[in-house]
Design a binder for this molecule. Structure first.
Ligand code: ZN
Ligand code: ZN
Length: 175
């Protein structure tokens, strides 16, 4: 399976029994099949941190156009839920298989051992202020399908973010 953002080969990484195909040694993006995302209702926040902390290469060239093919279905294009150039976030979903492509962007810097704790907390605050208050809130939360996707996005980020940095309140109730 190939990374839809940088073309690197994806490798399987698992955390707390949730499997992901990660762009390890490339851009650090994550592919999650819908079956794996559904498991997240039964997982605790932060258990998926190993997925966030996969190795990233410096200076990877990303294709930031909105048309990425699904790594699984290949011919289907992913639907873009969220994108932020500033936070380098990209959250796409396949309309056919339901899988998610997540580029956690700047949040990946939480794994940088050279950054001090205060800087990491500040970085996470800025990241979630944008992801939750601007992006997730602007997803069409009155549409049932989009509301479900918004909840799944929040569950994914709760899962991969170490609890020490998960200080923001999501703009919707999880069930
Ligand atoms: Zn990649
Ligand atoms: Zn697909």
């Amino acid at each position: 399976m190939q990374c839809p953002s940088c073309g690197n080969a994806l490798s399987e990484v698992a955390a707390a029994g949730v499997k992901s195909h990660a762009c390890a040694g490339g851009c650090g993006g994550l592919w999650l099949r819908i079956l794996e995302v559904r498991k997240l209702r039964e997982r605790l926040p932060g258990q998926g941190a190993p997925l966030l902390f996969v190795e990233r290469a410096e200076g990877v060239r990303l294709f930031r156009n909105p048309e990425h093919p699904c790594p699984h279905c290949q011919t289907t294009l992913l639907y873009r839920h969220c994108f932020s150039r500033k936070q380098e976030i990209e959250i796409d979903q396949c309309s056919k298989c339901g899988g998610y492509w997540i580029d956690p962007g700047r949040l990946g810097k939480l794994g940088d051992t050279k950054l001090d704790e205060e800087k990491k907390k500040e970085l996470a605050r800025e990241f979630f202020a944008e992801l939750f208050d601007q992006r997730v809130k602007n997803m069409n939360l009155v549409n049932h399908d989009t509301l479900e996707s918004a909840k799944e996005v929040v569950r994914i980020f709760r899962f991969i973010t170490p609890v020490a940095y998960a200080t923001a309140t999501p703009p919707l109730e999880l069930d």
